[in-house]
Design a binder for this molecule. Sequence first.
Ligand SMILES: [Zn+2]
Length: 298
Amino acid sequence: MAAFAPTSLSKDPLSSGTPTIFGSRVKSGEIQQTQLRLWTSFRSNTGVKLKASIEPPALTWELKGDKQESIVEMESGCDLFDEMKIRFLSFKKHKYMENSEHFQALSKGQSPKVMVIACADSRVCPSNILGFQPGEAFMVRNVANMVPTYESGPSETNAALEFAVNSLEVENILIIGHSRCGGIRALMSMKDEVDSSSFIRSWVIVGKNAKQITKSAASNLSFDQQCTNCEKESINCSLLSLLTYPWIEERVKKGVLSLHGGYYDLVDCTFEKWTLDYKESIMDRKKRVIVRNSSIWC
Ligand SMILES: [Zn+2]
């Protein structure tokens, strides 16, 4: 998956051509080895021996040494989907069939208590890190977990919001940001004007207020630190954007809907969670998010 770099989809503008994956500057071999370890580990756990039956596609990176054979096997796609099949059948046997009443009830409808808005980054998997089970969380994932304002017009994110809030009547919306976010890095790196030649740049400009706040409040910090600051600021800006939707604000005002921010630090594996204090926030003259119930899970 390409990084959200502002000048190229495959190059980090700050690292003289080192590939990035959603903002993480890593060497190609490290990426491959990490994937390999995961798949190898899974294979050894299942006790199933799999063989590639089709010719592998061209590899993205130059590979060396004895790792090549295994990586080629993994890259073939055959192994990948064989593994997925095993995982699915395991889910069916151990979760679906053993809880068939629950899943039959779910087949008739859903009533999740929370909507989650998270980044598309493959390392930020809300169901995995927060343990959501089928039916528990209505979810939309986009680049850098951003929420456009009501005035911005239709997008897949506000279509999901409309359904979750007005039809499912979720009681909570949780926006999950994360460290090393490539989308935020792209936002922080780009020039202010929108460049229509990049869908990424056209999208992440949604977070321009967060960038502005960060640039004025944290200009003395390093670029990496500014990105961290913006990752959190952007969550708060998105919380304020949620309030621009009249049907969201109405429910928040009534006390039947709560808005939360979450920040997953994937380096230290900590999760920071806070709740928007609606009354205090709308009274704030500087239109900042005032939070309550802030805590760090570590
Ligand atoms: Zn991200």
